[in-house]
Design a binder for this molecule. Structure first.
Ligand code: SF4
Length: 196
């Protein structure tokens, strides 16, 4: 992972950055950083692979709709002080790209929590914003559609055709160029493949 380049470009955009060789080291760091808070986690295979719900539940109240389903959990998450998510594509030039269907995840990264952590595996890092957008649309979204077993073309073929299916999971694309005013955003880079 090109740590110096990523650090320079993201911090130039107002993000904090931290770097770890393993998901275990990153999980230990987050456990150390977050204590006595109301924490919400977005839908994230990365967070699942890192065991963040279990790790953070030791010292925090953690809300995760993947552990207890229901729209009320998404509403409850809106009052979290800390929000944790990943991204579908990350540009080396310092932008984060996320696609959402319900909008809970992207909205929480724009307004609400005091602090947002984006946890990013090395497989998410792309040369520039165009390729990060392409990754989000052509790799992350089809894999998520397959995981969710929705009736979309991409769930079967692995290729996005910009469908108009009722089951389409891509309703919004958010490019975070800078943290929103009044919000601290930290990008936690991990030099392992995580999520998709
Ligand atoms: S727009 Fe449709 S085909 Fe493309 S990734 Fe989203 S759900 Fe799949």
């Amino acid at each position: 992972m090109e740590q110096e380049l990523l650090k320079n470009n993201f911090e130039r955009h107002g993000f904090k950055t931290s770097f770890f060789d393993t998901k275990k080291a990153a999980s230990d760091y987050l456990k150390d950083q977050i204590s006595g808070k109301k924490v919400a986690i977005g839908g994230s295979v990365t967070a699942q692979e890192m065991g963040l719900y279990e790790a953070l539940s030791e010292k925090n109240e953690v809300i995760w709709h993947w552990k207890k389903a229901g729209r009320e959990m998404l509403v409850e998450a809106r009052s979290a002080e800390v929000y944790i998510t990943s991204a579908n594509g990350v540009s080396k030039t310092g932008e984060l790209v996320n696609i959402d269907g319900t909008g809970n995840r992207v909205s929480q990264t724009l307004f609400g929590p005091e602090k947002v952590y984006f946890v990013i595996g090395n497989n998410k890092v792309c040369p520039d914003l165009t390729s990060a957008m392409e990754r989000a649309k052509q790799i992350a979204a089809p894999k998520n559609a397959a995981r969710l077993q929705v009736q979309t073309p991409c769930a079967k073929t692995g290729v996005c055709v910009d469908c108009n299916s009722p089951a389409r999971i891509c309703h919004s694309i958010v490019i975070l160029e800078r943290p929103s005013n009044g919000m601290e955003v930290e990008v936690v880079f991990v030099d392992e493949e995580m999520g998709y």
